[in-house]
Design a protein around this ligand. Structure first.
Ligand SMILES: [Cu+2]
Length: 137
């Protein structure tokens, strides 16, 4: 009976707790430009997973993007998912993978903190606080 309860608890434990987030931040939008990007590092201490989406009440369209060189130019493309291999750190950073934020439902400025909901391959979610700040020189 008690063993059954313990097993039920263990099976219900969300696997998202195996994914931890650090260094989360959003680049302050430049001027009146209606877009910006967010960055963070994901560490997966569980089984292989993937980041499959993100949303935020302040952002109209939040997409997963990568930057890559094509014909000598850097260009951004949307990706369906960002793989999070077991035991590894995956870093979203300027010039690489990022959360593309297109269109704002309210003004976003330096010092704000956005709460972004990340969605993972197993259907679990995690809410991450992302401070808005200027890009370092
Ligand atoms: Cu982008």
């Amino acid at each position: 009976m008690i063993l059954g309860l313990v097993l039920a608890f263990l099976m219900a434990a969300p696997s998202a707790s195996k994914i931890t987030v650090s260094d989360a931040w959003v680049m302050a939008p430049i001027g009146k430009q209606p877009m910006t990007a967010g960055f963070l590092t994901l560490h997966n201490s569980g089984a292989d997973s993937a980041l499959t989406g993100a949303s935020c009440d302040a952002i109209k369209d939040l997409e997963l993007h990568k930057m890559e060189e094509s014909g000598g130019k850097m260009r951004m493309t949307m990706v369906e998912r960002i793989a999070l291999p077991s035991g590894e750190d995956v870093r979203l950073h300027p010039g690489g993978l990022h959360l593309m934020m297109i269109g704002f439902t309210r003004p976003i400025k330096e010092g704000d903190v956005l709460v972004v909901r990340l969605r993972f391959a197993d259907g679990s979610t995690a809410d991450v606080k992302m401070p808005v700040r200027k890009r370092e020189a």
